[in-house]
Design a binder for this molecule. Structure first.
Ligand SMILES: [Zn+2]
Length: 204
């Protein structure tokens, strides 16, 4: 059975066993564009990837399934060299602990996503980044663009162009990197992991 057949079986829920880890050459390959119309499997895969992220953020499901929490997943992490990414960025409760009006700041499956324009200004998360394909901490600022314009297609083949900033921008850049064979630590300054280049925005 092929990888995509296994992942898209109706009873299958993506879990940590489906995710390949650093050292696997698929993570270093430039993934192929999908073509439209998508196959049914490519549509289902996107839905399963988003479901994985939902499960990973649900304390009960995450515990039951042994999942690490994630906000993004790219098909190459499932050993599928296709340009498919899923993003699920939750909004946080307010200071009083009230739940947010909208549960998610960004919830989407993007096909053939690419950065078509970006700010001169760089940005990095204060906390650094992690990755479901990397079972170790790699400290340091992961230097990315502060703001990006991203073009992608949805499952219907409709083209979208969106502008992203802040945390959403970082997450989407991390996942698009996976489709280009780039790992987050490639963007950490090896000599000075916490160097702040002129004007770099540090996102708390
Ligand atoms: Zn990753």
């Amino acid at each position: 059975m092929s990888v995509i057949e296994k992942l898209t079986k109706s009873a299958h829920l993506i879990d940590m066993n489906d995710i390949i880890r650093e050292g696997n050459p698929t993570l270093r390959a430039v993934a192929k564009d999908v073509t439209f119309p998508l196959t049914e499997q490519e549509v289902i895969l996107g839905e399963k990837m988003l479901q994985f992220l939902r499960n990973s953020q649900d304390p009960v499901m995450a515990e039951k399934m042994g999942l690490r929490g994630g906000v993004g997943l790219a098909a190459p992490q499932l050993d599928l060299s296709k340009r498919i990414i899923a993003i699920l960025v939750p909004n946080l409760p307010d200071k009083e602990g009230n739940p947010p009006k909208e549960a998610y700041a960004l919830q989407t499956v993007m096909y053939n996503a690419k950065v078509v324009a970006h700010s001169v200004q760089d940005a990095a998360l204060a906390e650094g980044e992690g990755c479901l394909s990397v079972d170790r901490e790699v400290p340091g600022y992961v230097v990315r663009h502060a703001r990006v314009t991203v073009e992608y297609f949805d499952k219907e083949g409709e083209k979208h162009r969106i502008k992203l900033k802040g945390y959403n921008s970082i997450v989407v850049q991390h996942e698009i990197d996976h489709t280009n064979g780039i790992m987050f630590y490639d963007r950490i300054n090896a000599k000075e992991p916490f160097a702040i280049k002129d004007g770099m925005l540090v996102i708390e």
